[in-house]
Design a binder for this molecule. Structure first.
Ligand code: ADP
Ligand code: MG
Length: 611
């Protein structure tokens, strides 16, 4: 504690006298500032009421104690040095006790009696709140300053004209410009002037009081390199709510963007595979919910992919397959090894489709299963072949039966035909017509029988040069009557000079007859069948087009398989036999059909070019 010994003990009683005089008493006692009267040694002689209440002191606690016992004066030495000064002086100090903490602004005023300084009034103002605010502001500013300079994002302040008024250190790291180069200017880190509009657009938005959040765009560094950035802009207001500046936080997201692009590229590639494969691809999460379905579902199972999306993985699975599917699924999740599963799923048409799935667990870095990818194949084809093999036994028996029956029918037919021809040549005009009809009907029976015979074994073929024109004219005569009966119109268009083909005319007739008969059967009353024969490259092209019922899309691939028929009295053998004959002639058949619109059968048979 400091005590000034330079001065003689003052005349304490004269100060007290002064203070007791009425004039001073009222000024001293009723002053709203706290005032202490001290002598030149700093001893407290009197305290006014305001001081008592401010410091919560009792009357006698303070008297004749040194002022610096109570108050910590910022510059104590100077304070005591100035005690005998004739001028007032300002000091700062604080009172810091268990109950109180007061920051003080003190004015030390000399008490002069008879031109002699005998003591001082210390007038004190409570500045606690103001000091706190300044301190607070100072520390707050320091926080912000530190935050700004340690942020790895570029932070800038713009005035309302768009000029940069403050920048943090990271701005230099991101853009390679020094702050001096940027400060006071408008944004110069844009790739080219066309981006000026964008900057102005963003600033206009901010000036209208809105914020811009994580706006992604491109900026240019000093070395010319372009970087991807995300910008957040917001208005800054003063205490009265006036906008004074715009704050801008800019993050370099080049790396993130590159990673994103790479991921997108990779995903696009996988997606391309998934979207174009003929297999079914599904991704399931661990709750057995489908999160991805490849487009192949649409045509393989007859439902749009959104029927599967986020649906249960077992939704269309045959109820009897749930159990073993579940068991294998569990096994895969525990072993984390891929495995194959066979099960049945219902096609939209109601049919059960046999499927084989390769299930692969997808693992994360911690080797936990996150999802399951299923690549599923339609087994119908394979099952069909198995069925076909089983059917071929049936086919053989039917064939043998057919062969013997056909043989038995053919013999009587031959004599019937002979007699009819005899009557025909001797008959009159009217009966000739009937004989003609009977003859053609006999011919039909013959053909049907031949169809049966073909089942047994391909007849010993009789390949020779064959006129297609002649063949078709003959054919039409055969089917005309049926067409008339069914009220179907037949038209034939044959190019001139169709080259001869090398083939078995009876077998070929059989083929075309099958197709034309099918066409007639597909047509309801009023149908139209157009047959055209032309040449395409080194092929004869025969088109048989009808406007009948057409073929259901999911039936198209069954066409030509044995016993596939949609007719009550059909055999489902015609197309199979026809295809076999055509392939014996090194030709091909193609079906195009739209349900409800009609069918076109296109047959190509090669002809031998003349040398
Ligand atoms: P079938 O005529 O005895 O039924 P096919 O082998 O000749 O046997 O024909 C098999 C099936 O193919 C038919 O039942 C029919 O459903 C379909 N089909 C063949 N040709 C046509 C066509 N032109 N229009 C519509 N469906 C056809
Ligand atoms: Mg048929």
């Amino acid at each position: 504690m400091y005590s000034n010994k330079k001065y003689k003990a003052s005349n304490n009683s004269s100060i007290k006298d002064l203070l007791n005089s009425d004039m001073y008493k009222s000024l001293f006692d009723y002053n709203c500032d706290a005032i202490w009267a001290i002598n030149l040694d700093g001893m407290i002689l009197k305290i006014n009421d305001a001081a008592k209440s401010m410091f919560k002191m009792k009357e006698n606690q303070y008297l004749h104690t040194a002022i610096n016992l109570w108050i910590e004066i910022d510059d104590e030495t100077l304070f005591f040095d100035c005690l005998s000064s004739s001028k007032p002086h300002m000091f700062k100090g604080k009172l810091d006790t268990e109950e109180l903490y007061i920051t003080l602004e003190m004015t030390s005023i000399p008490i002069i009696i008879d031109s002699e300084i005998i003591g001082r009034f210390i007038q004190m103002k409570d500045r606690t709140i103001e000091t706190r605010e300044v301190d607070h502001m100072r520390s707050e500013n320091a926080y912000w300053e530190s935050f700004m300079n340690h942020s790895t994002d570029a932070i800038g302040l713009f005035d309302l004209d768009g000029n940069i008024i403050k920048l943090n250190r990271a701005t230099e790291d991101i853009f390679l410009y020094s702050r001096e180069e940027l400060l006071g200017n408008k944004v110069i880190t844009i790739p080219d002037e066309s981006y000026r509009d964008e900057v102005e657009f963003l600033q206009r938005k901010v000036k209208s009081g809105k914020s811009v959040v994580e706006y992604e765009t491109i900026r240019k560094r000093k070395d010319g390199k372009l970087i991807d950035v995300a910008i957040t802009y917001s208005p800054l207001y003063d205490f009265e709510g006036n906008m004074i500046a715009m704050a801008n936080i800019l993050r370099d997201i080049t790396e993130r963007k590159n990673a994103e692009n790479e991921l997108r590229d990779r995903e696009a590639k996988y997606r391309l595979i998934a979207e174009n494969t003929a297999d079914l691809i599904r991704v399931l999460d661990l709750n057995n919910t489908i999160t991805y379905t490849s487009p192949s579902h649409t045509w393989m199972l007859g439902r749009d992919t959104d029927k599967y999306q986020y649906g249960d993985g077992f939704q269309f699975v045959h109820p009897l397959d749930h159990h073993h599917l579940n068991a294998l699924y569990e096994e895969m999740l525990t072993t984390k090894q891929p495995l194959n599963i066979e099960f049945r799923e219902q096609h939209a048409s109601g049919e059960w489709i046999p499927l084989e799935a390769r299930c692969m667990p997808v693992l994360d870095q911690n080797h936990n299963v996150t999802s399951v990818v299923m690549v599923i194949r339609d087994l119908s084809e394979r099952k069909n072949t198995e069925e076909l093999l089983r059917n071929s036994d049936k086919l053989a028996i039917i064939g043998q039966l057919a062969a013997s029956i056909a043989h038995e029918i053919r013999n009587p037919l031959t004599s019937l035909k002979g007699f009819l021809q005899f009557f025909y040549s001797n008959g009159d005009e009217l009966s000739r017509n009937y004989y003609e009809l009977m003859l053609s009907e006999v011919e039909r029976i013959n053909l049907i029988v031949s169809e049966f015979l073909l089942l047994a074994k391909p007849q010993s073929s009789n390949f020779k040069e064959t006129e297609i024109n002649e063949l078709f004219n003959h054919l039409l005569a055969l089917v005309d009557s049926q067409a008339i009966m069914e009220n179907v119109e037949l038209s034939l268009e044959i190019d001139e000079e169709i080259p001869k083909i090398y083939g078995d005319s009876n077998q070929l007739k059989q083929v075309f007859l099958n197709y034309i008969k099918n066409a007639i059967e597909a047509c309801s009353t009023g149908g139209q069948i157009d047959i055209s024969v032309s040449t395409k490259l080194d092929m004869v092209e025969i088109k048989i087009k009808d406007n009948g019922s057409g073929i259901k899309e999911d039936h198209l691939n069954k066409i030509g398989t044995p016993f596939f028929t949609t007719k009550e009295k059909g055999t489902g053998l015609g197309l199979m036999i026809s295809e076999r004959i055509i392939s014996n002639h090194k030709g091909t058949v193609r079906f195009e059909s739209k349900e409800g619109l009609g069918t076109t059968v296109t047959i190509h048979i090669p002809y031998q070019k003349k040398a």
